[in-house]
Design a protein around this ligand. Sequence first.
Ligand code: CO8
Length: 257
Amino acid sequence: MPYETLLVDQADGVGLVTLNRPEALNAINTALIDELNQVLDAFERDANIGCVLITGSAKAFAAGADVKEMAELCFPGTYLDDFLGRWDRVAERRKPIIAAVAGHALGGGFELALMCDFIIAADNARFGLPEVKLGVIPGSGGTQRLTRLAGRAKAMEMILTGRSMDAAEAERCGVVARVVPLPELLDAAMQSARQIAAQSRTAVLLLKECVNRVDEGSLGEGLRFERRLFQAVFATPDQKEGMGAFIEKRKPVFGKQ
Ligand code: CO8
């Protein structure tokens, strides 16, 4: 079945999803969220699939949530619709999901990669949570998952300044499992995925559950808390100014309170 925002394939027990909105550097819009959830649901049900691989283009894994779609949203609309509530289901899948990341993985794009079980990065990958520059905050696990992986100091610095890091720094601080040259990215990630798909399905799912227990203690609470605050930023003038300025290609002017 053809998708508007994704290319989908499967081979050797691996389900391959390629984010495909090149005109927007794979920015994540509602259609992409819905289609990715549909595909992941189908892979969960498909007995032939033992591992899923999510990738983007050489230029961008995903440059964030779609700012043009979000710019006019308001609180309480985001709260009543539980905006992004179903998106976090990517992290709840039982089958392993690998993110193969090249180019920009920013904002919601980085958060999507962090929802996967591990990241294999191309040497041109750049990771960041630049939401603060748009007058908003990460809304899909960034503050929680980056802090758990990279530690408080690195996460605070990155999130508060909005700066991004390259693949080597991401590997050093435990955000990515390994870095490979860009032309080898898909082969390297497919090789890992095939290896996982060839193991005992039961053992693999049990292993994933065990490793996830390490942070499940208060992660759910942290994620809900973060999402409520993310929805609430749509009540602020700074969100309108930050996203409006991005679309109009100018520097934002934020209020002082
Ligand atoms: N949303 C919508 N459109 C985008 C986005 C985006 N996040 N990123 C890029 N685009 C569009 C650009 O507007 C441009 O379109 P057009 O040609 O029509 O002007 C096209 O993609 C190409 O982009 P650029 O011309 O800017 O390409 P450059 O190579 O010059 O720059 C950058 C690449 C540095 C990645 C730049 O595009 C950029 O800074 N993008 C925005 C990054 C960003 O701020 N991301 C965070 C967004 S907020 C967010 O993610 C909140 C997360 C909440 C949870 C989300 C869960 C899904």
